[in-house]
Each structure stands twice: as structure tokens, then as C-alpha cells.
Write a protein that binds this ligand. Structure first.
Ligand code: PHE
Length: 451
């Protein structure tokens, strides 16, 4: 066997195309889709935001997704080695490694706040269970904001994530993605059908699907770009590491298209659930607008408005609530798994250590950072979110495409893309893709960013 195959064997990989697609879609599909997208759409002219978002995914995020997956698969190594090995010259290599290190750090920080939010979702899923059991005191402990609750719930999420990542790519990540992703889809569809049948839902549907172009603004472009980057897990090496486990036999652009398509489809479906739910809540007497006429903030929506609405739904209420927060929890966990995988894989390969040990160690470090955020919530929580998702993700994505521009030759890129897809070069899109990712993408990011 050649050495590339031997390396791939020893570091593991996805055993099937479906497994890869579900894991990568699991990374992509998260709170960004089910919570972020619908609330952004509701605030930004409904259907108009949807259209701009679709455009952003197609012209910017999808080509970048292909780029990150290609960097990973080309090297079949952890993101830092992958970037370093692609670079030439000492300075180039230093620069590329730095890009990898920054990406892994940003991803670890994303995990440290994401685990806190995911913990709240678990708490809100448990609360109605205790309510059904008549344990009111316990139920309200879970829904009240406290340092102890936040710490405990974050720890639950981190442990679950470590348990999956510890078992490796096929026995851990792939196996759990295959279980969780179909459950997620089923829950989402069932909940959307239920909500769409409630009085008031059609007002929400109208707001969501009829575009209000008067709200178009540069700010909306920036929001849509940020949303697309976050949703496709770009710029922070999460997709790069998944790409490194993708078999050379697979058609990478087609597989990436399925992942981007699934991600966008689930965001769209979530809009069919969340926006109508807001109007059902209003119909049931729950306030959804602030005094100044704007919609209440997205966290108020998830943790106050929707629970208040579930309370108005009689006997079905607690079950709908459990289903809804289970949906969000599953979406979050398939994302946290991908956030831990990249630092763990990096630690294993850079320090030549076993996966189990590095999963616990890396997980522990991130848990500590997360605890630090919880203990200094007011000062750190918002700051970490802004620093990672508003700045680091687009800027690092830009850096990776710039690296492609300097260090990778067009032929080598296309050769990698052609593995598993021999007819590739005959389509126009892929003829221009390398130049597109190198020149147009960074420019677009910069333009939107400066705005
Ligand atoms: N894409 C995930 C979501 O939409 C978040 C994520 C960001 C996951 C970065 C991995 C890396 O919630």
C-alpha cells in the first residue's frame, strides 16, 4: 500500500459516503440553522433575507466549503499539518501553520460558548419532564439562570461530546451522526406540521415567504454572509478536518453540494417552524414585539416566548416543549462533536498521543474555558461570540483562500478535486472555481466585511 493509504488507515476515516454526508451535515446543521436563521429572517424582511441567504450560500459559502474540504483531503492530515504542508518556503509554512493554529483556537472558543447555550437547551428539555412528574421545584431550577445550572449543563454537553469523539471517526462520529441526523429531521418535520396547523400560523408563513424588499440593506448582506459562514462551519478548520477523513474515491464537489443543500434545506424548514410559532404564540396572548415595535430578541424568543406558548397548549404542551428542545439539543450536539474533533485530531498528531487521552485532555481544557466564561458571563459571553463568529470566521476563511492563492497550483487543486470525479474539468463552474476561490471570494468577503 502506498504511504498515503497507510496514514489514512491509521488515523481512521468515514466508512461511507452517507456517513460523511451525515457527519458534515451534522456539523453544519446546528443552532445556526434552527435558531439563528429563522430569527434573522424574521428581523430582516422574511423572504427577502431568505433569497439573499440562498445567494450567499451559492456564490460564497459553497465554493469555500469545497476549498476547505479539498485542503483537508489533499493532505489527509490535521488542519495545521495540512496547511503547513501545502505551503512552500519557511515563511509560507510559518504563515500557513499560524492560520491553522488560529482556526483551531477559534473553533475551540466557539465550542466553549456553544456548549453553554446547548446546556440551556438540555435544561429546557428536562424542565417539562420534571413538571410532568410533579417536581415543580426542580423544573424551575432548570429554567432559572444560575451559575450552578449553567456549569452543570455545560458539563453534560462537554461529556457527551467527549464520549463521541473519544471513540474515533467511524465508531464515534459517523455512528452517532447516523443515529442523530434522521431523528433531527423527523422531529423538525413533525413539529413544523403541528405548528402550521395552529391558529395564527399562516400570518407567520406569509411573513416568511413573501419577501419585503424594502428592508434590503448592506447590513442585511453582512448578516446573511455571517449566517452562511457560521451555518456551513467555515473558516475554523472544522470542515477541513472532516475533509481529511473523506475517501479519495468520493466525488468531493457533489458530496459538498449535498451537505450545503441539506444545511440550507434544514434552515428553510426551521423557518417554517419558528416564524409561524411566533405568530401562534401571539395569537395565544404571548407578547412577541418589544415596545418600539421590533421583534423581541432571539434568545427571549427561544427561552421565554416559545415556552410561554407551549404552556398555552394544554396537555400536548409539555410534549411539544420536550420535542422542540430535544430537536435543538440534537442539532447542537452534532455540531459540538465537529468542534471538538479538530483540536483533538491536532493534539493527537502533533504530539503523537492516543485519541482517548487527547479527547479527555482537550475536552478538559475547553471545559475550563467554558467555565471561565460562565463565571464572568457579563464580560465574556458576548465578547467571545462576536470575536469568533463576526470576526474570526470570515477573516480566517479569507486567509485560507489567500493561502490557496499563494501556495497551491491550479493543477494540483483540480487534480485533487478530480479524484472520484474524472469528468470534472468539462464543466465551466469547475474550470473557473480555482481562480474564483483565490480572487473573487476573498474580495467579496472583504467588501461585505468593510461594510
Ligand atoms: N454550523 C454550526 C451551526 O450552524 C456551528 C458551527 C460553527 C459548527 C463552526 C462547527 C464550526 O450551528
Amino acid at each position: 500500500a502506498n504511504s498515503a493509504t497507510a496514514v489514512a488507515d491509521s488515523r481512521g476515516g468515514f466508512t461511507s459516503r452517507t456517513g460523511f454526508i451525515l457527519a458534515a451535515a451534522g456539523s453544519a446543521i446546528g443552532l445556526g440553522n434552527i435558531w439563528g436563521f429563522p430569527t434573522q429572517a424574521a428581523e430582516n424582511g422574511g423572504g427577502a433575507f431568505l433569497l439573499i441567504y440562498l445567494l450567499m450560500v451559492f456564490v460564497l459559502a459553497y465554493p469555500m466549503l469545497v476549498a476547505e474540504l479539498t485542503i483537508g483531503r489533499l493532505s489527509q492530515q490535521n488542519p495545521i499539518s495540512a496547511l503547513r504542508n501545502l505551503a512552500s518556503g519557511t515563511l509560507g509554512k510559518r504563515f500557513a501553520s499560524l492560520g491553522g493554529v488560529l482556526g483551531v483556537c477559534a473553533l475551540s472558543l466557539i465550542l466553549s460558548f456553544y456548549a453553554i447555550v446547548a446546556g440551556w437547551l438540555v435544561a429546557y428539555m428536562l424542565a417539562p419532564v420534571f413538571q410532568l412528574l410533579g417536581l415543580e421545584g426542580l423544573a424551575s431550577w432548570f429554567t432559572e439562570f444560575s451559575v450552578s445550572r449553567n456549569l452543570l449543563m455545560m458539563l453534560v454537553i462537554m461529556l457527551l461530546t467527549i464520549f463521541v469523539v473519544r471513540d474515533g471517526v467511524s465508531a464515534g462520529i459517523e455512528r452517532w451522526s447516523k443515529r442523530l441526523m434522521p431523528t433531527l429531521l423527523a422531529l423538525l418535520v413533525l413539529l413544523a406540521i403541528y405548528i402550521l396547523g395552529q391558529p395564527g400560523a399562516m400570518d407567520g408563513l406569509r411573513m416568511y415567504l413573501l419577501p419585503d424588499f424594502s428592508q434590503l440593506s448592506p447590513q442585511m448582506l453582512v448578516s446573511a454572509m455571517g449566517q452562511a459562514f457560521f451555518s456551513l462551519s467555515l473558516g475554523v478548520t472544522g470542515m477541513m478536518v472532516y475533509g481529511s477523513y473523506l475517501s479519495k474515491q468520493e466525488n468531493l464537489p457533489a458530496t459538498a453540494a449535498v451537505v450545503a443543500g441539506l444545511d440550507t434545506f434544514v434552515a428553510f424548514l426551521a423557518g417554517l417552524l419558528i416564524i409561524p410559532a411566533m405568530f401562534v404564540a401571539q395569537q395565544n396572548g404571548v407578547t412577541i414585539y418589544a415596545e418600539d415595535g421590533s421583534l423581541l430578541s432571539s434568545d427571549t424568543l427561544v427561552f421565554t416566548v416559545l415556552p410561554a406558548m407551549f404552556d398555552t397548549m394544554g396537555a400536548a404542551g409539555p410534549f411539544i416543549a420536550i420535542g422542540f428542545f430535544a430537536l435543538l439539543t440534537i442539532a447542537a450536539i452534532t455540531s459540538t462533536i465537529s468542534m471538538l474533533e479538530s483540536p483533538v485530531n491536532m493534539a493527537c498528531e502533533q504530539f503523537n498521543q492516543p485519541r482517548r487521552k487527547m479527547s479527555w485532555l482537550t475536552g478538559a481544557v475547553i471545559t475550563l474555558i467554558s467555565a471561565l466564561i460562565i463565571l464572568n458571563f457579563k464580560a465574556l459571553f458576548g465578547l467571545v461570540i462576536t470575536a469568533t463568529t463576526v470576526y474570526a470566521q470570515p477573516l480566517l476563511a479569507m486567509l485560507y483562500s489567500l493561502l490557496l492563492m499563494w501556495v497551491l497550483k491550479r493543477d494540483r487543486l483540480l487534480k485533487e478535486l478530480q479524484q472520484g470525479n474524472p469528468q470534472l474539468e468539462q464543466t465551466l463552474f469547475w474550470k473557473i472555481w480555482p481562480a474564483y476561490v483565490k480572487f473573487i471570494c476573498p474580495l467579496m468577503i472583504l467588501l461585505v466585511f468593510i461594510n
